[in-house]
Design a protein around this ligand. Structure first.
Ligand code: ASP
Length: 331
């Protein structure tokens, strides 16, 4: 029987009603008590790392999670992390960069309704996660939610209330899970490299969403506070240079001062192709500017934090940013 460690971090799944709305409170023992059959599937141990609404998660929490997995890695066959849904996609991306080439499953799950509610998705999500984590083929970081296993680098929260909270962006769902079967659509390749843990992130990354009328001076302000800026631009990727709101001049100053700029798209599906139009071509080819291609904005931003934990040199940042990690980008 597999030995699985459940790390509880809070979220709706563990929440109870208070006078000020739902707050995380349930302990790992209370989560497991709701699933009497779980111990038939594996040897399950559980401990509490945090009890937070995931809105309060910070990069320091991702580092603590990765460090705990590192500490216990040899002892267990897989890990399940119960987590709030709101920032779960960021944590999944962070763990994909902080724990690379894991031959063991690291599964994040949660729920849209507390496990103590009479009507809840929590029990199904938790049981699905346990079943998924008990399989040989499950390696690396995933979100398991509403019957889907989504790669940790490809998840986005797309619904605020429905059970189907997550989608896999620009990549197939890795597996579908029902009560009887697990249908694996994305094969996990055998890890050629040994598992590698990282313990540094540089969180000074900003995501700037463009809207018509936005003033380019915002980039000057941001350069005083952040070392990398992901621009959620329009369509396949472009930045405005027309009339009095010329972003190109600002990009020059920004990149010459050593800041990292990535052009991404605010469109959810299909990613960037910034050289298709003049508005993107100029930005990409005149300056040291990168683009996100089919990466999610969540993954691109967190990947920059991971890269800048190691280097600020543009050539190195570029090499690492375009290196596929856990299927985060297809080039
Ligand atoms: N606010 C909650 C959280 O992210 C939402 C949830 O878990 O579904 O912690």
């Amino acid at each position: 029987m597999k030995k699985i460690l459940l790390l509880a971090t809070g979220g709706t799944i563990a929440s109870v009603k208070s006078d000020e709305g739902l707050v995380p409170a349930a302990t790992p023992a209370q989560l497991l008590a709701a699933l009497p059959d779980a111990q038939k599937l594996c040897r399950l141990e559980a401990r509490q790392l945090f009890n937070l609404d995931s809105t309060n998660f910070q990069p320091e929490h991702w580092l603590a999670l990765a460090a705990e997995i590192h500490r216990c890695y040899r002892e267990y066959d897989g890990f399940i992390i119960t987590h709030g849904t709101d920032t779960m996609a960021y944590t999944a991306a962070a763990l994909s960069y902080l724990v690379q080439n894991s031959e063991k499953p690291i599964v994040l799950t949660g729920a849209q309704r507390p496990i103590s509610d009479p009507v809840t998705d929590a029990k199904k999500n938790l049981l699905d996660s346990i079943r998924f984590a008990c399989r040989e083929q499950s390696q690396g970081v995933y979100i398991v939610f509403d019957g889907k296993a989504i790669l940790g680098t490809r998840a986005r929260k797309v619904r605020t209330k429905s059970y189907s909270a997550f989608e896999s962006i620009n990549y197939p769902v890795a597996a579908f899970i029902d009560e009887r079967r697990i249908l694996q659509y994305v094969d996990t390749e055998d890890q050629a490299q040994p598992v590698t843990f990282y313990n540094r992130l540089h969180p000074k990354v900003f995501v700037l969403k463009l809207i018509p009328g936005i003033e380019p001076e915002v980039l000057e302000y941001l350069s005083g506070h952040y070392d990398a800026i992901v621009i959620e631009s329009y369509g396949v990727g472009g930045v405005p240079f027309y009339g009095q709101r010329n972003f190109l001049e600002k990009l020059q100053a920004l990149t010459e001062s050593g800041k990292i700029v990535v052009i991404a798209t605010q469109v959810m599906l299909e990613g960037s192709d910034a050289e298709l139009y003049e508005v993107g071509f100029k930005a990409i080819n005149r300056y040291n500017v990168l683009q996100a291609y089919d990466m999610t904005v969540e993954a691109a931003a967190v990947k920059l934090m991971w890269i800048m934990g190691q280097t600020r040199d543009f050539a190195q940042v570029k090499r690492l940013f375009y290196r596929p990690i856990h299927h985060d980008v297809m080039l």
